[in-house]
Design a binder for this molecule. Structure first.
Ligand SMILES: Nc1ncnc2c1ncn2[C@@H]1O[C@H](COP(=O)(O)OP(=O)(O)OP(=O)(O)O)[C@@H](O)[C@H]1O
Ligand SMILES: [Mg+2]
Length: 362
């Protein structure tokens, strides 16, 4: 028989080597949730971190604590470890005691006694909510770059074309030609700024900066940006402002972005409607009741069928081919949600569309 190895001085793998830390405390200090469960998925042991976020679940079934559900999760890794005596990994969305939702990476391992029987399963769950969010943002960014590169290329070609006409105009001393080129450059600068701002708004949540502002003034400012464009497209821009809507606290930059996206969509809807000759886009702000006010953007453009209406807030959903990135309404919805507001849409194909945005007066 090989001689038993004597531990060297200070050589020990047990946590008691760290003064004041025993095995239980070590488990409590782990930055993940530890549970031990029996064959019925009844919790036998939990560490401190688990108790803090889910309450003391000992004696309860795992799925009732993690999911508030009477049903066992499909593909439960604990059950699998009982069945095949192997380690398993799964991802689950769970509900915390405070009502929050978290995503967990779950790893399970069987505890096997001397007779080879699985007596329990130990489960280690790591909160990966932030990592999932970061991953989603990266995926969105990757998709954005792929999808947007085509649209951006078109705009850059427009810029080059405009700049060329400006050059030629100057070379020939033809100011009218230079002016025409400059208008093209200007339009494309506007378009590229719009695309870039939508990418930024849809991919990153910057903190909102609330300031008191008059909704009527915001409507006037946004309409001013589109006056020339609408006139060039022969679309009438109407404005209806109820001056008794009081100043309200809003994040001005994001509300402007929201209005610009809706007005531009309305203009494009008119442009794409080949059935009518006279088109309008009307922008209104009014009181809804004592506590709420509205912005309303209406057009008599091409309208939307039910299928389109169901998808309009989806990221990258667009019916405009390479001239639409499909981010405009994603940004609109995000801005409204972050302000605690509500959107109502009514649309009839061939007749037009109305977006009504309802906000609390605060
Ligand atoms: N006023 C409207 N009338 C008719 N269809 C609309 C209107 N507003 C939005 N849509 C539909 O919703 C889709 C999504 O709009 P969204 O603004 O998100 O993207 P987009 O306009 O296609 O591209 P972009 O990101 O450049 O704004 C549009 O492609 C269009 O089909
Ligand atoms: Mg749009």
């Amino acid at each position: 028989m090989a001689p038993k190895k004597q531990p060297l001085e200070n050589e020990s793998s047990t946590p008691t080597a760290i003064p004041g830390l025993n095995l239980n405390q070590l488990v409590d200090h782990l930055p993940c949730y530890i549970t031990i469960q029996d064959r019925d998925l009844r919790i036998l042991f939990v560490n401190d971190k688990f108790k803090k976020d889910f309450g003391n679940g000992v004696g309860k079934k795992c799925h009732t604590v993690y999911k508030c559900s009477a049903d066992i999760c499909p593909n439960c890794p604990v059950q699998k470890s009982f069945e095949n005596r192997c380690a398993h990994i799964a991802e689950e969305t769970v509900k915390l005691a405070n009502g929050g939702i978290s995503q967990l990476l779950i790893q399970t391992s069987p505890i096997i006694d001397n007779n080879g029987v699985v007596t329990a399963v130990i489960e280690m769950a790591t909160n990966i909510t932030q990592q999932k969010k970061d991953r989603k943002e990266l995926v969105t960014l990757g998709q954005s770059i792929a999808l947007l590169s085509h649209g951006i290329k078109n705009i850059l070609e427009g810029l080059q074309g405009g700049a060329y006409i400006v050059d030629e105009g100057f070379k020939d001393g033809d100011i009218a030609m230079a002016q025409k080129g400059w208008n093209i450059v200007n339009k494309n600068i506007f378009d590229i700024a719009d695309v870039v701002q939508n990418i930024l708004y849809s991919s990153k949540d910057r903190p909102l900066k609330y300031e008191r502002v008059s909704p009527g003034q915001l409507v006037k400012d946004s309409l001013a940006l589109f006056r020339e464009k609408a006139a060039g497209l022969n679309i009438e821009l109407k404005q209806q402002i109820n001056e008794s809507v009081p100043g309200v606290r809003l994040d001005i930059a994001s509300i402007r972005r929201m209005l610009n996206n809706l007005i531009w969509n309305a203009l494009e809807a008119c442009l794409n409607d080949k059935q009518k000759n006279d088109h309008f886009v009307s922008v209104k702000t009014d009181l809804l009741d004592d506590d709420h006010f509205i912005f309303e953007i209406a057009d008599n453009g091409i309208g939307m069928d039910q299928d389109t209406q169901r998808n309009i807030y989806e990221e990258f959903f667009s019916t405009k081919g390479s001239s639409g990135t499909g981010l405009g309404l994603t940004v609109v919805e995000k801005v409204v949600n972050r302000h605690g507001g509500k959107i109502e849409v009514t649309s009839t194909p061939g007749k037009g569309t109305t977006f009504k945005l309802i906000f609390k007066i605060k």
